[in-house]
Design a protein around this ligand. Structure first.
Ligand code: MP5
Length: 198
């Protein structure tokens, strides 16, 4: 069963993570700056955790999945530098305290280290597909946030997400519905956290 089937099986929670009020407010420009800045700082920290998770997954993935995971890991290193630049230009402190949703998401990534490779790969695809669909729904974005919308909607990023999907489909295994729903819930909680900060 292809992993994309999960999006249909769980359409309501999927919409919750990808059509969130945070993204609607990014699109129409009504998002309060403190909410956006909170998201940015917490997301930079999440991406650092994601790189560690992805590097460990790369180490245990079968050969056909390694190229897309390795390419993604390099992109994450570049993305962390991009977050550093964004934070500096907005005067944000990336060492600020982690908020509960970020801590909980890091805990989920830790638990995924103990999941089998097909499950962990499907979780990683879910993480990235959420951002592709969520930011795509915010296109083109209010001028203040347009650069961020562009970051997760460029063709290269869509290609990466498609590559993860192909790798997850190739390793096979039963669809990990529970893990999919856990990732989707963590993504929704992440947007909620930012909105609550405004
Ligand atoms: C991603 C992200 C996408 N940056 N933050 C969350 C909470 N979920 C998914 O990952 P990437 O590596 O930034 O494309």
């Amino acid at each position: 069963m292809p992993v994309a089937e999960l999006l249909q099986r769980h359409a309501v929670p999927w919409r919750g993570a990808t059509a969130h009020p945070f993204l609607a407010a990014v699109r129409d420009g009504t998002l309060a700056e403190p909410a956006f800045d909170t998201w940015l700082v917490q997301d930079a920290r999440f991406v650092a955790d994601l790189l560690a998770f992805q590097a460990r997954l790369l180490a245990r993935a079968p050969r056909p999945a390694q190229a897309v995971l390795a390419g993604g890991a390099v992109a994450l290193v570049d993305e962390l530098a991009w977050f550093d630049r964004q934070a500096a230009s907005r005067g944000l402190d990336l060492s600020a305290a982690l908020l509960p949703a970020t801590v909980a998401y890091a805990g989920l990534l830790d638990r995924l280290d103990g999941a089998d490779v097909p499950t962990a790969l499907t979780a990683l695809w879910t993480i990235e597909r959420t951002y592709l669909d969520a930011w795509s729904a915010a296109r083109p974005g209010a001028p203040a946030y347009r650069e961020f919308v562009a970051h997760w909607t460029v063709p290269e990023f869509a290609g990466y997400v498609a590559g993860l999907e192909a790798a997850a489909d190739a390793v096979g295994g039963p669809l990990p519905d529970e893990v999919f729903l856990e990732v989707v819930a963590a993504e929704t909680a992440f947007w909620d956290m930012a909105v609550a900060a405004s």
